[in-house]
Design a protein around this ligand. Sequence first.
Ligand code: URA
Ligand code: CA
Length: 441
Amino acid sequence: MRAIDIITKKRDGLELLDSEIADLIKAYTTEEIPDYQMAAWLMAVYFQGMTDRETAALTLAMATSGEMVDLSQVAGIKVDKHSTGGVADTTTLILAPLVAAAGVPVAKMSGRGLGFTGGTVDKLEAIPGFKATLERNEFIVNLQNYNIAITGQSATIAPADGKLYALRDVTATVESIPLIASSIMSKKIASGADKIVLDVKVGSGAFMKNQADAIKLAETMVRIGQLVGRETVAVLTSMEQPLGSAIGNSLEVREAIEVLSGRGEPALREVCLTLGSHMLVLGGKVLTTEAARQQLETLIDNKQALAKFGEFIVAQGGDAAILYHPAKLPQAKFALEVTSDSHGFVNEINAAQIGYAAMLLGAGREYKGQAIDLTAGVVIKCRIGQPISIGQPLAMIYSNVESKLNQTASILKKAISISNQVAESPTVIIGIVTQNSLQID
Ligand code: URA
Ligand code: CA
């Protein structure tokens, strides 16, 4: 194989063979192909796109570039879930114990986040004593015993994706639907999921700013799943405003506890119940999403989901007392309430700006490996469409650095706009894409 021939073929809009894609990825992973040739190929893909067959071949080539986790020792259908990234998106912390409590094994390998807040693993590390790195054997044993285990994603999972993603990041080739779809799916497939539920975010605070692109991404990933034999369902959800109210690691653990206790932000609860329902159906526990939803609501009401969260925390070395005494979670030294300067209605809560503010406070990372402040963040106190009057709270800011409070307050005041026109509250669940259907509300 000559890399230049594969680059030329893609540049000219021809369909690549599975073997050509496999050879290219293999040669890049073993550093037989330099970054400049791979960058040229990525740019050709960016402009020419890929067929579903090519995208599936790329997904498998990246998935098999490293360890393929084998969860066959764990009984039951393992259903994984992935969210394409948003603000105040605490879904994994809620869904994992909720779905595990319903009897579906939840095996998650999560990344450390880049961006607004940490990833799931960072959030869990806000729990005193929690151990987020499990040996493969411990991971399997915990799954067998408790139906739930979450560990940091090791560098052995889809290393080709890690290398390619870093290159895309600096060559303006991130925003390509086949490249995003194959990147996400390769990691899920390598992590051992039998079936996959995707939460594809749409809106100003998301990767996909408009519905048409989000549908295309969702359909591409569902078709990859079908082609590689891992049934996939995608739920399109709104990211026009932060999903929950908390943005920040310790603060999001607190919010997860709220939702698992039957309280919390209704939009966050709704997304969790919808994703969870599809996980239960794919996991073979119930036949319909309606029946699944009822079961999940019961597990919240009777506190079994919360108890499962506690069991999981203890199994990974953490202190489950935080469930009943959230003040035991690490807390920032300083807090500031941001209040409204005007009367009217909340008509915009810019999720991207609020995420950025949380990152400046230290809740997220601008670069890989950066230390984060688990206590820092923002709690939003209003929703789009809500009436508001002068002096009413818009948000709370938490930080260990007092000087950051005022700086963040001015960002938040700009991000939350008040007008005298009533704004409609955004629909939370926008649509569902399955192998056989596309439903858009
Ligand atoms: N998330 C990923 O894992 N990969 C992408 O390409 C984009 C988002
Ligand atoms: Ca997330």
